[in-house]
Design a protein. Structure first.
Length: 132
């Protein structure tokens, strides 16, 4: 049997990957913070089972980037979580594609490092947005 080779932007439904990371994130509401997002920025995201996520980006009042809704995709290969989204920065749109190596995992908490060795923190908020 040949090992699987995953293209960089391969979309895979979480159900196809027996990954604890995908099972934890899927269907939940999470506070996501990382130095990669910028100082004082974080988003509240719902990771849907079909590899999509919707997030609200929260920023400081004096930030050059405005608060905004982000639509993106996610998938997990092994212990790596891939996030991809487009966000507005000034008059331009930027596409982000960020692999995050998951290092620690609990029922309501994930931690990892991205390709720049920046820390990512995922804090579980509830089972679904309706629970708020």
């Amino acid at each position: 049997q040949r090992p699987l080779a995953w293209p960089r932007r391969h979309k895979v439904a979480p159900a196809e990957i027996p990954s604890p990371t995908a099972l934890r994130l899927s269907g939940g509401l999470w506070k996501v913070s990382a130095e990669t997002l910028g100082s004082g920025r974080f988003f509240i995201a719902e990771f849907l089972q079909g590899n999509d996520f919707t997030a609200t980006l929260h920023v400081r009042p004096d930030d050059v980037i405005r608060a905004q809704v982000i639509q993106g995709t996610w998938h997990v290969v092994g212990s790596v979580l891939f996030l991809e989204w487009v966000w507005e920065q000034g008059d331009a749109s930027y596409r982000e594609h960020i692999p995050i190596q998951i290092r620690e995992m609990a029922v309501d908490h994930l931690q990892g490092l991205d390709k720049w060795r920046n820390h990512w923190d995922f804090e579980g908020l509830s089972d679904s947005p309706a629970d708020d």
